[in-house]
Design a protein around this ligand. Structure first.
Ligand code: CA
Length: 232
């Protein structure tokens, strides 16, 4: 069965071209022209969402927030215009996995969609075949079930946040630069997107703190990068 991509975009030309390229790439594509229609279409099922930030009804960021709340692991790729840098950062903070800047390069778009869906399916396969848990102090990463807990408190993580935490937990104490994390989790094609790493780290950290973990559990090593701190 082909994977389902939902495009939420009010510009008919962009929506049309994105649909054309993604259909050509073997995906089942649904287009929604505004935020409400997007949320309704999402409820009917989607494996990945391509989301325009500038929508006529709901703010695309609000749509992002609601999608993320409804589905922590479905990849969300933002479509942003030049000059929307702050929205883009906010979108990543709200749980989007990635973004593309308009004018959209459609070959790049299909490649990104493919990479995100492959990552999700590798995680799902891993969950089916590999019964494994990593425990570091009060932190418990259940790789098989794709769940993590701090001191018994369940963490509601996106796929990317989970991967970050799993990497930190497997290699406790090791310092990762933003470039390392980008390469490990996003792949080398994402060189230059280091600030994306910060957004994901910040969100992961917030969720850990909300579950009662110390703020420096995911520790910033100034001028170098991040590591899982000794507090675990
Ligand atoms: Ca728009």
């Amino acid at each position: 069965m082909s994977e389902r991509v939902l495009i939420v975009e009010d510009d008919p030309d962009i929506a049309h071209l994105a649909r054309l390229h993604l259909s050509g790439g073997g995906y089942e594509v649904t287009v929604a022209g505004d935020g409400e229609a997007g949320l309704a279409a999402f409820a009917a099922g989607a494996d990945l969402v391509l989301l325009d930030i500038g929508l006529p009804d709901l703010d695309g960021l609000e749509v992002c927030r609601r999608l993320r709340r409804a589905a922590p692991r479905v990849p969300i790729l933002l479509l942003t215009a030049r000059g929307e840098e702050s929205d883009r950062v906010l979108g990543l903070e709200l749980g989007a996995d990635d973004y593309l800047t308009k004018p959209v390069g459609y070959r790049e778009l299909v490649a990104r969609v493919r990479a995100h869906l492959r990552r999700v399916s590798v995680l799902a396969d891993g969950a089916a075949s590999e019964a494994e848990r990593v425990e570091v102090g009060a932190l418990e990463v259940d790789v098989a079930r794709h769940r993590a807990r701090w001191d018994g408190v369940e963490l509601d993580l996106t796929a990317r946040e989970f991967e970050l935490l799993e990497l930190f937990a497997r290699r406790t104490g090791e310092v990762f630069t933003r470039g390392d994390l980008l390469t490990e989790l996003w792949g080398t094609a994402f060189a230059g997107y280091e600030h994306t790493v910060n957004s994901h780290i910040n969100r992961l950290r917030k969720k850990l703190v909300a579950a009662g973990a110390p703020r420096d559990l995911v520790e910033t090593v100034w001028g170098v990068g991040y590591r899982l701190g000794a507090q675990a």
